[in-house]
Design a protein around this ligand. Structure first.
Ligand code: SAH
Length: 396
């Protein structure tokens, strides 16, 4: 069977021979065979050579997402089963992550050769996100395969804001299979228990990508007064408490997140942590004015940068909170500054920090340069999958 073909312009095939999975309209010379949105297509060089097989969407800037570089491979049930199995094997056999009562990311889109699908496991439930129209069209198949491979108690669909517009895809959050508990699910991470709202929380409920960074930061927390800025449900702060922090203050704008943070403290018998509703910028500023001091500060703000134009604005945001945090830290204090925007890379974040350190005349030493937890792997063919940065520093 011959598939519709998307023919590249001359000299535009190189990234795709390098297995980059995103074909933008600017690289496309012509589309032949009138593929429907979501249909399988062959990506061809301008000389008529097969390059890769992918799924087409005329409504997306990712005109074709590529999945296979083998012309004999159909993007059929067996293909998706193999990709899902490989993704699950990484977490289960190599990383030893999905255990009863815990949580991890099982499928991470391009990082697992499945552009447009993310699957997180929370104890016996799965939370699925579709970020491509084509994989959403194959939703029943993918859910069936997940049930077959994992036998979860339930599968919930969560949608990232803005995806409808990007992909021409209207999604309604809801149950895809089985059932989900009305109450929050409890997951365990490094000996702490956390409540997670599968149907209402941010992201798919918990920031799984920061798992290892929470532990790394906690190792410095003993005896210190800790400020967990942008704390969500208390991940960093409670890990610090457990590791012996003297006192923990968590700050976030989201009242539902704070309510869970307080419950999480209680669930773990932690009485040294308090959680305050405030704007992170205002709170840091108010603490500087009040002459407060902290021994360890975590800055884990949301992705300020959503588009290329917002990069400058986002860098300014990071600069502002870093500058305030540097002024709040006692001598030999610890700063953990995180950035989850893929548009800002590590050198950019370090550069901002260097400028802030100079401005407040503090010596800052980077102790650890960290990224996302390994259940969010980085595909070398798509370095855009590397997005999370966490610098742990000593501030003299
Ligand atoms: N550190 C957390 C994840 C933080 S995600 C963890 O380990 O789980 C970023 C958080 O910033 C979200 O909880 C969001 O509610 C919060 N947030 C967004 N804008 C904010 C602002 N202006 N001030 C304070 N918190 C904000």
């Amino acid at each position: 069977m011959t598939l519709p073909q998307v023919v590249l312009r001359p000299k535009r095939a190189r990234p795709f021979y390098g297995r980059h999975p995103w074909v933008y309209p600017g690289a496309v010379a012509s589309v032949q065979g009138d593929p429907a949105d979501g249909a399988e297509v062959d990506l061809m060089s301008h000389e008529g050579q097969f390059v890769a097989r992918g799924l087409y969407n005329s409504r997306s800037k990712l005109r074709v997402r590529l999945y296979s570089w083998d012309s004999a491979q159909s993007l059929d049930r067996a293909f998706f089963q193999e990709r899902l199995s490989a993704a699950i094997r990484l977490r289960r056999d190599l990383l030893k992550l999905p255990q009863a009562g815990s949580a991890c990311r099982l499928v991470f889109s391009e990082s697992d050769g499945l552009s447009g699908l993310t699957v997180d496991q929370y104890d016996r439930w799965l939370v699925v996100q579709f970020t491509s129209l084509a994989l959403h069209q194959r939703r029943d198949l993918l859910v069936e395969l997940l049930v077959e491979l994992l036998q979860p108690d339930g599968i919930v669909l969560r949608t990232e804001r803005g995806i409808g517009q990007l992909e021409g895809l209207e999604l309604q959050d809801g149950l895809l299979s089985g059932s989900v508990p009305a109450a929050p699910v409890i997951i365990e991470e490094a000996g702490l228990r956390f409540l997670v709202h599968l149907t209402e929380g941010q992201k798919t409920g918990f920031y799984l990508d920061q798992r290892d960074n929470r532990q790394a930061v906690a190792r410095y927390a003993g005896g210190r007064r800790v400020l967990d800025a942008f704390c969500y449900t208390g991940g960093f702060g409670l890990a610090a408490s457990r590791a012996g922090a003297r006192e923990v203050v968590g700050v976030d704008v989201s009242e539902p997140a704070l309510a869970l943070a307080r419950q999480n403290a209680e669930l773990n018998g932690i009485s040294t942590a308090s959680f305050i509703r405030a704007d992170g910028f205002d709170y840091l500023d108010s603490q500087v004015r009040a002459g407060e001091r902290f021994g360890l500060i975590v800055l884990d703000p949301p992705k300020f940068a959503r588009t290329q134009h917002a990069v400058q604005e986002a860098l300014q945001g990071h600069a502002r909170i870093q500058g305030l945090a540097l002024r709040l830290l006692e001598p030999d204090g610890i700063l953990a500054t995180c950035c989850c925007s893929g548009l800002i890379d590590m050198p950019m974040l370090e550069d901002v920090l260097a400028q802030q350190a100079a401005a407040v005349q503090r010596d800052v030493q980077i102790l650890e340069r960290r990224g996302q937890a390994p259940d969010h792997p980085v595909a070398v063919s798509c370095l855009e999958t590397s997005y999370l940065k966490c610098l742990i520093c000593r501030v003299r």
